[in-house]
Ligand binder design. Structure first.
Ligand code: AHR
Length: 815
């Protein structure tokens, strides 16, 4: 047996006496978007689905005003359930239900809730509705919470009296049992016709007991993150699918039945019960600064309907006034016109709005520039106290990102919002990017980011990337993971931070990482020297290359005439498809032609050398997307895929793939794939250069130069108020590391409170408990055993905690 080499010690030296660099007090927050059923059926505690009968095909083609409702004709009752728009409760709420009972025994209607109605024994539920007796003697309604099969009544009450005008009626039902899948029924007490609107069943047990409030357990999970701010309501939801779908804050405040409901860009419905008042109240309840995002006067450029369009010139003044009104609504005195509305809703004190996002991932076009400038100018003039957050488009590179930065600098926009959904490896490779940021330019808000995975690898990469943000907390001013919430069976985006169903809340590994950071933030970044840190394994030259052909989702295609060889040489025919590795059953092989769907035949070791090229002819025969060509690079860590007609056949682009997770390389060409047409596709890989040709046209030309990944990262911060120094260590390698801590100026420190999250890279979970949770213990000496694949936080008291001021900050900036 060879001698085991002694474990290498990594020394982490922190100068606790140094002035350090001031860290933004708002660094780690949260971002809420109504995606994945995050609002209705999620955080918003309403239990009745389609309570205002406003569902329709704009939400989802098969939906209508009575979706989630059904007529009840029990025990000999007979009648009908229809919808009317005559003489509505309010113009913003045009539809109402018409329940007609034709027998003495009243007919009724029943709501299925959002995947059922969960109730708990002994808990009280407010049932309320607007009703009007149009005809007959059905002067009251019986409301029941009952079992799904209707066999058991869990609790009931009566609502009335009703007359010929719209009346708001409320009562309380206390459920006798716990039932995760109950129903709400309303039954007329006699023959006649009753009009119904805004039928609500609301638990009294909401977060902080707020009326029209939030689901307590979900809100608590967000509160437990201790976010410094909460960004809302989107995302794409904010700027909307076409101008009419923009999220207009002023339409989401005031009485519920006066709020204009909207289809959700994520293909369902927004009742707007969770509107700006409720968002602001929630922020206050959890001690987070509100960060609303208003559209920058343009809708989403990806809108199927119109693409990016600006609010018409003649309507812009009114729109700008609406944005200014938001500031008055949030911060103005209770006797100001908009402040009075806030006060009437129950909050006479200002909410203390300090940040306002203007725009989300918008393409930086002339229209955008014009609309943004008008809003920005008005805010600067009338509300210089508000910090405006601009946008950098959807990516971390490319035209919009560059133009976004230039525009923000030109206009002196104080903060810009960048979004980065990336592979774990990208996060490790780019942890140094903030070190190079212009210290005098706009601050960065990483408004949406995440590792594309809810596994250990992703969570630890995020821990490391957040360390990088913290080290640069003088310019990285804010950051929020996205998306925040996802409901089981309605998850539209992966990954997410918190999963839930009607009765469970599951926090992820990524959640624990966020929480470990936010509970251990500091005000000052201290200088750290790390000696002997583990490094990423060296990259090897790779001269054997694999090629795989395939299609995008739900797409069928044929491939033929594969040629390959060295770049510059005449290409020769590849072995016919019988010699490739095929996915059983899904691909039909006929010698030189392969036809099928999904990941297709793979040719391993297809070509050798540090440069190679291959060609293939491809024809889409059916489906929503196009082709996917996968191939390896000339170093051991490089794999690529060329997606033609991806993103619902809207674009063609090149991606790198790490750990099975793709990241875009360069910009997308907004062109899809035509069905029935043969395409000549050619790929050339030459050293680090990758070029892709379609029918002889060079579509992508990328030099894939990447920084070395930082696999082991450390930050140290001072928490001046507590008199603590906090050291964070992300070890993304498999190897345990012995870390010797040297805290200069805190030599008397007697030990550390330690929190460790250790997780295997592939451990993942979604609808269930996270595969690992942080473990707390006490480290008594200076030597810390840091496990492989772990994130460690060490907190100790120091006698040298120094107040932060601009004079003491190393980078001369204070917050
Ligand atoms: O978080 C999901 C979406 O990702 C957001 O709506 C959008 O801003 C981004 O593209």
């Amino acid at each position: 047996m060879p001698d085991a080499s002694p474990p290498v010690e990594t020394v982490v030296e922190v100068d606790t006496r140094a002035p350090g660099t001031a860290i933004s007090p708002d660094l780690f927050g949260a971002f809420f978007e109504d995606l994945n059923y995050a609002a209705d059926g999620g955080l918003y505690a309403e239990l009745v689905q389609n309570r205002s009968f406003e569902y329709g095909p704009a939400d989802r083609p098969e939906w209508h005003s009575l979706t989630a409702w059904e007529l009840l004709e029990r025990d000999g009752a007979a009648g009908s359930l229809t919808v009317s728009t005559d003489d509505p409760l309010h113009p913003a709420n045009p539809h109402h239900a018409v329940l007609t009972s034709t027998t003495n025994k009243g007919a009724g209607l029943r709501n299925e809730g959002f995947d059922g109605i969960p109730v708990r024994a002994g808990e009280a539920y407010d049932v309320s509705l607007f009703a009007r007796l149009a005809e007959g003697t059905a002067g009251r309604l019986v409301a029941r919470i009952e079992s799904r099969d209707g066999e058991r009544v869990h609790g009931q009450t009566e609502l009335g009296p009703l007359d010929g005008s719209w009346r708001h009626r409320t009562a309380v039902i206390t459920s006798e049992v716990t039932d995760p899948d109950a129903r709400l029924t309303l039954t007329a007490t006699g023959p006649g016709t009753v009009h119904l609107d805004l039928v609500s069943l609301f638990p009294q047990n909401t977060f902080k007991g707020r009326r029209n409030g939030l689901r307590a357990d979900l809100a608590q999970a967000i509160a437990d993150l201790k976010p410094k701010f909460l960004r809302f309501p989107g995302g794409c939801l904010a700027h909307g699918q076409g101008l009419g779908n923009m999220y207009r804050w002023s339409e989401t405040v005031g009485p519920l039945h006066e709020r204009r409901q909207q289809f959700n860009i994520w293909h369902y419905h927004q009742s707007m019960g969770l509107g700006y008042y409720e968002y602001f109240q929630f922020c206050e309840d959890i001690g987070a600064k509100p960060v609303p995002v208003v559209p920058a006067g343009v809708c989403c450029q990806n809108s199927d309907v119109t693409g990016q369009v600006g609010i018409p010139d003649e309507e812009m003044d009114a729109y700008v006034a609406e944005v200014l009104a938001l500031v008055q609504w949030a911060n103005g005195p209770a006797d100001s016109p908009w402040g009075a509305l806030r006060a009437a809703a129950g909050h006479p004190e200002p909410f203390g709005l300090a940040y306002l996002g203007v725009g989300n991932e918008d393409a930086i076009t002339d229209t955008f520039r014009d609309r943004f400038s008008r809003i920005h100018d008005a805010l600067r003039e009338h509300h210089p106290e508000i910090t405006v957050i601009g946008t950098l488009g959807p990516a971390t590179v490319g035209e919009d990102w560059e133009k976004g930065w230039a525009f923000a600098r030109e206009r002196n926009v104080p903060v810009v919002d960048e979004h980065s959904y990336k592979s774990p490896r990208w996060l490790l490779e780019n942890s140094r990017r903030f070190d190079r940021m212009d210290r005098e330019g706009p601050h960065l808000y990483i408004g949406e980011y995440g590792s594309w995975r809810n596994d250990g690898r992703g969570a630890l990469a995020e821990a490391l990337y957040m360390i990088a943000m913290e080290r640069n907390g003088d310019v990285v001013r804010m950051a929020s993971y996205a998306p925040l919430l996802a409901k089981r069976d309605h998850t539209q985006w992966l990954p997410d931070l918190i999963y839930f169903d009607n009765t469970n809340v599951w926090t992820t590994l990524n959640y624990h990482v966020q929480q470990m950071h936010s509970l251990n933030s500091g005000d000052t970044a201290l200088p750290v020297t790390v000696t002997g840190a583990p490094q990423a394994p060296a990259v090897q030259v790779s001269d054997r290359h694999d090629i795989r052909i395939g299609t995008g989702s739900d797409t069928r295609a044929e491939f033929t005439d594969v040629l390959f060889g060295a770049v510059g040489d005449e290409l020769v025919p590849a072995p016919d498809f019988h010699n490739w590795d095929t996915q059983a059953g899904t691909w039909g092989i006929d010698g030189a032609t392969a036809a099928g769907s999904g990941a297709g035949p793979l040719l391993t070791d297809a070509v050798r050398g540090t440069s190679y090229a291959f060609c293939v002819r491809a024809r889409k025969t059916d489906g929503a997307e196009g082709f996917v060509l996968c191939f390896t690079g000339t170093t051991s860590d490089r794999r690529y895929q060329w997606r033609l007609g991806g993103w619902d056949n809207r674009a063609t682009w090149l991606q790198r793939v790490d750990d099975g997770v793709p990241d875009d390389l360069g910009e997308r060409v907004l062109e899809g794939v035509e069905s029935g047409r043969w395409y000549d596709l050619r790929v050339e890989v030459d050293g680090l250069r990758v070029r892709c040709f379609r029918d002889g046209e060079l579509l992508h030309d990328v030099e894939d130069v990447r920084p070395d990944p930082e696999v082991f990262a450390v930050s140290a911060v001072r928490d001046s108020a507590a008199g603590h120094v906090i050291v964070k260590i992300a070890n993304t390698t498999p190897d345990p590391v012995t870390v010797r801590l040297r805290l200069i100026g805190a030599e008397g420190a007697t030990g550390y409170d330690r929190t460790t999250l250790t997780v295997s890279p592939d451990a993942a979970s979604r609808y269930g408990p996270a595969p690992a949770v942080p473990v707390h213990d006490r480290l008594t000496g200076p030597v810390c055993a840091v496990p492989g694949h772990s994130f460690t936080v060490l907190r100790t008291r120091t006698r040298h905690s120094m107040p932060v001021s601009s004079e003491t900050s190393d980078r001369g900036r204070a917050w």
